[in-house]
Write a protein that binds this ligand. Structure first.
Ligand code: AMP
Ligand code: MG
Length: 399
């Protein structure tokens, strides 16, 4: 077992093999979830003009408290085109241009209005309730660096900065193939010895959320000819992922067929649990993952290896899984040879986040695992990690 590749070494090899895909221009409105391929700079000052933070009156701060004459209005999108003189006020709405001459906004709450006159007892400092032009961002300043995923807030920032399109790496095209003669699509009756196929559905959901364009076909039986055909077609994608058939059983044909088709194996088997039989190779520019068939092993393999590869293909500056600190709710026995990735629920504790391993940690127990929101990393070693130990964990389902 000592010869097994470690998790860290395997991950390094995967990420090293995954080079960013070519970039394309994407309309900002359709760029959510994409990774920027270039730094994005603001086209305008943000806000583009000094604007009011309140509904009220634009005034000269030095004029209040006192009585002022209302000489006009500045509404959002309809600026007042004169100047505010001494003793004058202009009615103003939130987000409207603060007119020339005014240096503060008097909130409407502090005003008594009579015809065209307002009166206030409020004092104002210059700049009160005025949002200066460029106060959020100056024209030409960085809105988003290269290599970050565009979440909703980033899309909003880019749109606010007047940027209509962005360069993003092309979405990785991923083919997912389930292998196994026992697999049946949900909805069909189960024959003797058959089970419902779940891995392609899981991987399609996980990888689409991670930015991939995923294609899945019907399950491929453990028959060399059929398998060869399916794998050969899949090798045209950026990433080919198979599930099942990478262990040492007589019907585990995936690696042999891939080798015949020119896949160069980078590794097979990693010192992790679950997921030890995971295979990784390349065929030209195509990355080829062989995930074990047990659904929990496939889930762990996709979180630990496939998603980092997808992030790297999309040019993310942070492709590696992002582990966070937390504390164990219960003791966990360590495995001498393999790093374990234990499925757990998270809850807030007095002393930070607490991780409660779900009951049923065997690699076929996908129903039990579906309760989990975290993968706890239990490094290989002797003895046990006591309850309360500080551990690293990975959010399940993170992009
Ligand atoms: P294998 O890696 O092919 O030896 O499969 C290991 C276990 O995972 C077996 O119990 C298979 O029946 C099961 N399995 C394989 N592929 C799938 C799949 N796509 N969906 C659900 N279970 C699977
Ligand atoms: Mg199988």
């Amino acid at each position: 077992m000592a010869s097994l590749l470690t998790f860290e070494e395997a991950l390094e090899r995967v990420v090293a093999a995954a080079q960013p895909l070519p970039a394309e221009t994407i309309a900002t409105a359709g760029a959510a979830g994409r990774v920027t391929a270039e730094a994005i700079r603001s086209a305008v000052d943000l806000p583009p003009f000094p604007s009011s933070a309140m509904d009220g009156y634009a005034v000269r701060a030095a004029d209040v408290p006192g009585s002022l004459r209302v000489v006009g209005e500045s509404a959002a999108g309809r600026p007042f085109d004169g100047e505010v003189g001494s003793g004058e006020a202009v009615g103003i709405s939130t987000g409207a241009v603060v007119p020339a001459g005014a240096d503060a906004v008097l909130p409407v709450e502090y005003v008594v209005k009579n015809d065209n006159n307002i009166e206030t007892e409020q004092e104002l400092a210059p700049g009160a309730s005025v949002r200066p032009a460029g106060g959020d961002l100056a024209a030409g300043a960085l809105v988003a660096p290269a290599g970050v995923r565009l979440n909703a807030a980033r899309i909003a920032a880019i749109a606010a900065a007047g940027v209509a399109s962005v360069m993003c790496a092309r979405r990785p095209r991923v083919v997912v193939l389930a292998t196994g003669s026992e697999l049946v699509r949900p909805g069909e009756p189960l024959g003797p010895g058959q089970i419902y196929e779940s891995n392609t559905l899981m991987l399609a959901a996980a990888l689409a959320a991670a930015g991939a364009e995923v294609d899945t076909g019907p399950a491929v039986p453990d028959d060399e000819g059929t398998l060869r055909q399916a794998i050969e077609a899949g090798l045209g994608a950026d990433v080919l992922i198979t599930s099942g058939g990478v262990s040492v059983g007589e019907h585990d044909l995936v690696r042999a067929v891939e080798q015949e088709l020119g896949v160069e194996e980078v590794f097979w088997r990693v010192a992790i649990k679950p997921g030890k039989p995971v295979a990784f190779g390349t065929c030209g520019a195509t990355l080829v993952f062989g995930l074990p068939g047990n659904p929990v092993s496939a889930l762990v393999g996709s979180e630990l290896f496939v998603k980092p590869a997808l992030r790297a293909l999309q040019g993310s500056v942070e492709p590696l899984p992002r582990f966070e600190p937390g504390r164990l709710a219960a003791a966990l026995r360590r495995n001498a040879e393999r790093d374990e990735f234990v499925r757990a629920r998270t809850r807030a504790g007095d002393d930070g986040l607490v991780l409660e391993p779900v009951l049923g940690q065997e690699s076929h127990m996908i129903a039990r695992s579906s309760e989990a929101t975290a993968l706890v990393h239990v490094p290989r070693g002797n003895g046990e990690l006591e309850a309360g130990s500080l551990v690293s964990w990975l959010r399940l389902g993170a992009e």
